[in-house]
Design a protein around this ligand. Structure first.
Ligand code: ZN
Length: 163
């Protein structure tokens, strides 16, 4: 699994350099669960997107994947982690592994740096629901996708699908 994390790092999904021993559980690890996420979110004022991207909480979630996870979970990236309901945290926790698996299956998201073993760029980018789609219609409800800055990072979301 470290190899997969390395792949995601190589894909440019992870821009924060952290020591590996400081990383939280990996998304596919049994230790990462709704219960775990609820514990980490409890009382936290930080935006949920930043919590998800905190590598000490869970390893390997970069900006692109955080946006996609929150869209699929129906939660706005700006919401304070400590204010989310248990149901919302459960949806988020349940969405993390499928999104990352999909990304890995598609050879990562990027763009410039990542090429698969055949030299092709990753194709997950073609399946992004919100990331990089500011002003374009949401695939689910046709509302224009918005982009807000959260923790100095672009954060794409659908104002209708994400509460
Ligand atoms: Zn929508």
């Amino acid at each position: 699994m470290r190899a997969i994390i390395a792949l995601l790092v190589a894909a440019g999904a992870l821009e924060t350099t952290v020591e590996l021993r400081g990383l939280g559980p990996e998304p596919f690890d049994g230790a990462f669960s709704a219960q775990y996420l609820a514990q980490k979110a409890c009382g936290r004022r930080v935006a949920i997107k930043n919590l998800l991207m905190d590598q000490r909480i869970v390893a390997g979630i970069g900006n692109i994947y955080a946006a996609e996870i929150l869209f699929r979970a129906g939660v706005r990236p700006t919401r304070r982690a400590g204010r989310l309901s248990r149901a919302e945290l459960t949806r988020i926790a349940a969405t993390v592994a499928p999104v990352l698996r999909e990304a890995i299956g598609e050879g990562g998201t990027t763009f410039r740096s990542y090429r698969d073993s055949n030299g092709r760029p990753g194709s997950f980018a073609a399946r992004l629901k919100v990331y990089g789609r500011e002003g374009e219609p949401c695939y689910t409800c046709s509302t224009p996708i918005r982009n807000v800055v959260v923790g100095q990072r672009a954060s794409f979301y659908c104002p209708r699908c994400q509460k």
